[in-house]
Each structure stands twice: as structure tokens, then as C-alpha cells.
Ligand binder design. Structure first.
Ligand SMILES: [Zn+2]
Ligand SMILES: [Zn+2]
Length: 145
């Protein structure tokens, strides 16, 4: 068998092809290490650790990373957090709590439906709910007595 393969193994074309293959593998592996580093950094995973794993265990380290990497990009997570906070702020703007019983009340409630505490006063001109301390209606500019 060895004798049969000898002319092939010592063939310069075969040696060249093998070297090209090895070179290709090295380039491919280096590319994988870079890809792993960039992807891990974008996902907020430990980029240095994962690129080291890809370096020490060619292909295998990268495959393991593919399985355990965080499912979404760190930017996406941050964006979603901002969205949630914006929604919370919007909710807080629409709802207030009664200062007496702490039950949620809507912004234009004049009294608390739960404990009957006076929350707002109606504008004498347009009837909009105003804070008790306001001396003028911000909606119609009417001075309140
Ligand atoms: Zn109340
Ligand atoms: Zn008014």
C-alpha cells in the first residue's frame, strides 16, 4: 500500500496541494478566531476568552461558541431596555397615585374614586382638571379664584 502511494506522496503537485490545503486551513481558522472575537464583543460575551478558545481548539472552540453564545446583540438588548423604559415613562405620565390612599388614579380625576380625596379642581372656564395649587388654567389661560 505504501509503495503504491509513494509516487503520489512524493509528487511535487501533491506536496504543493497539501501545502495549499494547510495554508487554507490556517487562514480559515484565523478568520474564525477574528469572527468569534467580533461576534462575542457585539453580543457582550467574553470576547477574549472565546477567541482564545477558538485559537486553542481550532473549529471545536468556534462550534462551542456558536452553541453557547448569547442569542442577541448587546445593542439590541440596550435598545429594548430603552423602549421598555420609555413605555414605563409613558404609563407613569397617564397614571398618578392618590396621595391619600396610593391607589392609581387617572390624571383628570377631580376626586379619588377610592377614598374621595379631592385631587384636582375643574377650571372655572373650560372645566379641565387643574392641580389644586394652580392659579391659572394652562389650557385656556383663565385665572382661577
Ligand atoms: Zn384615594
Ligand atoms: Zn381652563
Amino acid at each position: 500500500m505504501g509503495e503504491l502511494l509513494e509516487p503520489i506522496v512524493t509528487n511535487p503537485a501533491f506536496i504543493f496541494a497539501r501545502q495549499v490545503l494547510v495554508l487554507f486551513f490556517i487562514v480559515f481558522d484565523v478568520a474564525l478566531i477574528f469572527w468569534t472575537y467580533r461576534d462575542a464583543a457585539r453580543r457582550g460575551a467574553m470576547a477574549w476568552l472565546w477567541s482564545l478558545a477558538a485559537l486553542l481548539f481550532p473549529i471545536a472552540g468556534w462550534l462551542i461558541y456558536l452553541v453557547v453564545r448569547p442569542p442577541e446583540y448587546a445593542d439590541d438588548v440596550r435598545e429594548r431596555d430603552l423602549e421598555i423604559r420609555a413605555k414605563e415613562v409613558a404609563l407613569a405620565r397617564d397614571y398618578e397615585t392618590c396621595p391619600a390612599c396610593y391607589k392609581p388614579v387617572e390624571r383628570d380625576f377631580l376626586i379619588c374614586p377610592n377614598c374621595m380625596k379631592k385631587l384636582k379642581k375643574p377650571c372655572i372656564e373650560c372645566g379641565k382638571a387643574l392641580k389644586l395649587s394652580w392659579a391659572v388654567c394652562p389650557y385656556c389661560r383663565t385665572k382661577q379664584q
